[in-house]
Design a protein around this ligand. Structure first.
Ligand code: WT7
Length: 629
């Protein structure tokens, strides 16, 4: 059991160096006037035209921030550093899965790479407002590609490099991308994952795609369609790729990117994020909450295909002028000390990862960590799912040697950046995500919308609009209003249940909708069910999330077989691989169980709640809506 009142004070050396020492003072001033707080944070960045209004709520819930201002996130992430001594500072250190492969880029050379990619995109007819799909692994080119799109005002849509061709195709089609940027293949634990082949399969059915740019990465042989596919290194030699490329100044509210995420239906939805407010929120949280310092080397292990990576791998460290570190490989390949070896070798100061990775590494034992010198670490960060107290303590005691601040933080693809966190100087409660960030306020509501007393579970909502909020769902404004703003008008509905304790600390319990967080990855039950149902042996099925020691949750599928099929071990294996191939290996079910019948309401909706309760041996609750035979 967790003791909600066990406060852990941050180590003195963290306190002494923290950007924010008086965290209570900051929360109080920002809380008293959030708009003034965000305006002050925005003033640290460059704008080619100042804003007329910080927050325009006249069309709520379509909020607008820094209206009238002109800027570009690349001006702040790259360009402005070029006129200072930072031009010769390392912007990026990259290490391959084969850790002897290292590539480094100063801000000066990063800019050259981004200009080159931007020139190439332009020459292929990419214009402001066009959507470019980026399907790349964790290699430097993912920085270049994202920044190049932003630089010319195009909208990037990064699709996680582990998605299948069907999932990629759905995202390309929905966004009507004209161009896709990919690689020949990516390295996964010593083997090649054929990304170009997946793109070939995906774009076969995507009429919008005119060009595919292929970065040579693994050297794997691929098929190139001469009318559509281009090697990046060949394009880079052409005259059109050379020379300066101006960063286009865009409206603060112009879209920067869309990012697809899972919701309650099988159709993924794309959160729309903009240049102006997003850069302010990232800059502010990177400084106040993640405590970045000028000389820091910052490693966020997330993938840019997820929001944590887009925000805290790509943009935030560059906006603050720090040195970003990126590793291509996984935490356990070739050995479970590869991360600590990299921390030691590169002197990492801030490290941001996910609870699943922490729990995985914890199981290998302390010696893999302690044989390395990890004393450069000062800030240890976790997000994506609840960090259980046991993993929190291991992160703090073993990785951090009790000298680091462990910072949990809660947020979502939709929120763009963190909303609840424990500031470095704030006393910590292991297991709690912390308190609302400066400028934010939360509430926990019951079904009717009344605030519940401290310590009571309910629906978590955000009370204040914030600069990095999604502006809408791409091409689906009604769905935006319906999903986030209609249950409790005036409040942003997070989809999570939580409680807030007597001291104002937020304890996240989990999703209340049809979303499962598996190893921190957000997966919709409907997407899994669609993949399972496409297997010929399956008549219908339901996917549910059940607790898992390492992954947080694991996907269990309960299926009814089609006529003429018999349940067998082989069939279970086959259905699991089918999901892996047709959706993604991250969505591969842990278990598949065959039943004669699924519990349904009279109107035919599958009652996943009942299946979960059955699987957990719990009371099945109110069954009055269950259909009768
Ligand atoms: C969902 C959003 C961290 C942003 C990347 C994930 C869960 C996120 C925490 C946390 C407990 C967390 C929530 C949320 N979640 N952070 N610190 N503690 N739960 O963004 O993929 O859109 O998922 O992740 O359930 O709603 P995402």
């Amino acid at each position: 059991m967790t003791d909600d009142n066990a406060l852990i004070r941050p180590p003195q050396e963290v306190l002494d160096e923290a950007n924010v020492q008086d965290w209570e003072g900051l929360l109080a001033t920002a809380g008293a006037d959030p708009v003034a707080f965000w305006e002050q944070e925005a003033a640290e960045l460059e704008w080619s035209k100042p804003w007329e209004k910080v927050l325009d709520d006249s069309q709520a819930p379509f909020y607008h921030w820094f209206t009238g201002a002109r800027t570009n996130i690349v001006t702040n992430a790259v360009d402005r550093h070029l006129t200072t001594a930072r031009r010769n500072k390392l912007a990026l250190i990259w290490v391959g899965e084969d850790t002897s492969k290292v590539r480094t880029f100063s801000y000066f050379s990063l800019n050259r790479e981004v200009e080159q990619m931007a020139n190439i995109l332009r020459s292929m007819g990419v214009e402001k407002g066009d959507v470019v799909t980026i399907y790349l692994p964790r290699i430097p080119e993912i920085y270049f590609a994202m920044l190049a799109c932003a630089k010319i005002g195009a909208i990037h849509s990064v699709v996680f490099a582990g998605y299948s061709s069907e999932a990629l195709n759905a995202r390309i089609d929905d966004s009507e991308s004209k161009l896709v940027i990919t690689v020949d293949g990516s390295w996964i634990n010593g083997s090649v994952f054929p990304m170009k082949q997946i793109v070939d399969d995906a774009v076969k059915f995507s009429p919008s795609v005119e060009n595919v740019i292929v970065v040579r990465n693994t050297g794997t042989e691929v098929t190139m369609d001469p009318t559509r596919d281009h090697w990046y290194h060949e394009l880079a030699r052409l005259p059109i790729a050379q020379g300066h490329c101006e960063t286009v100044q865009v409206d603060a509210e112009d879209p920067l990117f869309i990012l697809y995420t899972s919701g309650s239906t099988g159709k993924p939805k794309a959160a729309v994020h903009t240049h102006g407010g997003y850069q302010v929120h990232l800059s502010s949280t990177m400084k106040n909450c993640l405590d970045i310092h000028e000389a820091d080397r910052w490693w966020c292990t997330a993938d840019p295909g997820w929001i944590t990576g887009t925000s805290y791998v790509i943009y935030a460290p560059l906006i603050r002028g720090a040195t970003a570190f990126m590793a291509e490989g996984s935490p356990v390949y070739p050995y479970p000390d590869v991360w600590w070896q990299l921390v030691e070798r590169y002197g990492i100061n801030g490290m941001f990862t996910a609870p699943t990775a922490i729990r995985t590494l914890m199981r290998f034992g302390d010696a893999w960590v302690t044989k390395h010198d990890t004393s450069s670490l000062r800030i240890l960060v976790s997000a994506g799912e609840p960090l259980n107290p046991e993993a929190w303590r291991w992160f703090h005691d073993v990785v951090g040697q009790r000298r680091c601040a462990v910072i949990d933080n809660w947020w979502q693809t939709e929120t763009g950046a963190m909303q609840v966190t424990s500031l470095p100087a704030m006393p910590k409660k292991p297991g709690s995500a912390g308190k609302p960030i400066p400028g934010q306020a939360v509430a926990v509501l019951d079904e009717e919308g009344h605030e519940v007393p401290p310590g009571t579970d309910g629906f978590l909502v955000l009370k204040n609009p914030w600069p990095s909020m999604l502006r809408t769902l791409f091409k689906e404004p009604e769905r935006y209003v319906e999903t986030y703003w209609s249950k409790y008008p005036g409040y942003y509905l997070t989809g999570d249940s939580a409680r807030v304790d007597e001291d104002g600390y937020v304890w996240i319990i989990g999703r209340t909708d049809d979303v499962i967080k598996v190893s921190g990855h957000r997966i919709g039950t409907a997407e899994v069910e669609a993949a399972v149902n496409s297997h010929p042996a399956v008549a219908e099925c339901a996917a549910i999330g059940l607790p898992h020691e390492v992954k947080g949750n694991a996907i269990h599928v309960v299926a009814v077989l089609a006529n003429g099929y018999e349940g067998s071990r082989e069939l279970v294996g086959d259905i699991r691989s089918h999901v892996s191939e047709h959706l993604s290996p991250i969505a591969k079910p842990e278990a598949v169980e065959f039943v004669d019948k699924l519990p349904k309401t009279r109107s035919g909706k599958i009652m996943r709640r009942v299946l979960r309760a059955r699987a957990l041996g719990q009371d099945e609750g109110d069954l009055s809506t269950l259909e009768n035979d």
